[in-house]
Design a protein around this ligand. Structure first.
Ligand SMILES: Cc1ncc(COP(=O)(O)O)c(C=O)c1O
Length: 382
């Protein structure tokens, strides 16, 4: 019952531990870029794109300046804009819906499944109906592989294809995870990911990429990320943006991708240990058969209004937690005027009051994890 306030604070994500492991390899990679000075779309960008595509089994990878831009490129390349509806979950990071609004389309919120936190496929038809009733053309769906768990891509494809929807997977958190033994990046028409430092595969700044098997779509995205250029750099054939992955970040990511498979194994081992240690005191995350998770977050559900007390007690013991996400998008000021699918979004609203994420990263040692597990158990058993 006693709080342990005598122990050192634990980091939520320990980027420094990974930095120590990568050591001189990253320094050398950065030095090479400083040597050739091709800071924009230099040789490392092309090399990384080839490795990224090979890693996830996609034909093309187009890198860009952030995960948000990756989603924008994915929508713009398909011509999605005003009058179009883009279905997305309400329980996600804001960028998923933000990009629909940014291209002038209308996000339509779909509820999520309480067990997986991912889009509830049963809500897709009702969201399409609502979109049509508002005079919108349902054009796309952005499923999210939330907290690192691959969504049910077979069911999503079936529901979306029946309605002719373009599927842009938001794998910002799930990149590296698999569905039916295939890595994310090869589901739907295109897959966006983020290299934000805290992501499972992060760089040392902002970065993102879109993967696709569609050569034409990839060409349009390459044009869009460079102001919409045509065959000549100064002949612009469409309105684009300036959104490239820095060569320096590509060089860093080449080194990080080498250890990523090993880190995925470590993250999974740590998540399983949490499950074993906490399953009798909290609702631990579910990984359905056919899906794997890269555990961008390890998220418990605490019902009965005890979630915030747990966060406060752990904080007092130097254990950080995070609430992803405290407000579902359909209740946020910038998004609450957008439509919600038939059937509502009650699960998203409920989860926002129950979820709490514990520290997780590939370098979390057992002693530190035991401290987190013990403290969590102590509070929840009170
Ligand atoms: C689900 C989701 N989508 C999109 C993004 C946007 O990525 P970025 O921060 O690289 O723009 C993030 C990350 O923050 C995310 O978690």
């Amino acid at each position: 019952m006693n709080l342990r306030t005598d122990l050192p604070p634990i980091p939520f994500i320990d980027l420094a531990a990974q930095r120590r492991r990568l050591g001189p390899a990253v320094d050398a990679a950065i030095a090479r870029v400083l040597g050739h000075c091709q800071f924009i779309l230099g040789p490392e960008v092309r090399a990384f794109e080839a490795e990224l595509a090979a890693f996830c089994g996609a034909k093309h990878a187009v890198t860009c300046a952030s995960g948000t831009d990756a989603l924008v490129l994915g929508l713009r390349a398909r011509g999605i804009g005003p009058g179009d509806a883009v279905l997305c979950p309400s329980f996600t990071f804001c960028a998923t819906a933000e990009v629909a609004a940014l291209v002038g389309a209308t996000p339509v919120f779909v509820d999520v499944d309480a067990a997986t936190f991912n889009i509830d496929v049963n809500g897709i038809a009702g969201a399409i109906d609502v979109a049509r009733s508002l005079g919108l053309t349902p054009k796309a769906i952005i499923p999210v592989d939330l907290f690192g768990l691959a969504a049910d891509h077979a069911a999503i494809a079936a529901a979306a294809e029946a309605a002719g929807l373009y599927i842009l997977d938001d794998a910002a958190q799930g990149f590296g995870a698999t569905f039916n033994n295939r890595r994310l990046g090869s589901f739907g028409h295109a897959t966006a990911t983020s290299f934000f430092p805290a992501k499972p595969l992060g760089c040392y700044g902002d970065g993102g990429a879109v993967m696709t098997d569609d050569a034409e779509l990839a060409d349009v995205m390459r044009s869009l990320r460079m102001h919409g250029h045509g065959s000549d750099k100064y002949d612009n054939v469409r309105i684009g943006l300036a959104s490239r992955l820095d060569t320096m970040q590509a060089a860093i990511l080449i080194e990080k991708l080498k250890i990523f498979p090993d880190e995925i194994v470590a993250r999974d081992r740590i998540a399983r240990r949490y499950n074993e240690g906490l399953a009798d005191v909290a609702i631990t995350p579910t990984v359905p058969a056919g899906s794997t998770s890269v555990w961008a977050q390890y998220t418990l559900r605490i019902s009965g209004g005890r979630r915030d007390a747990l966060a406060a007690s752990l904080k007092a013991e130097g254990i950080p937690t995070a609430i992803y996400y405290p407000i579902p998008l359909h209740l946020q000021q910038a998004y609450k005027h957008y439509p919600v699918g038939r059937g509502g979004v009650a699960v998203s609203t409920r989860l926002a009051g129950e979820v709490i994420s514990l520290p997780i990263h590939a370098y979390l040692d057992e002693a530190t994890q035991d401290r987190i597990i013990d403290a969590t158990r102590r509070v929840l058993k009170r």
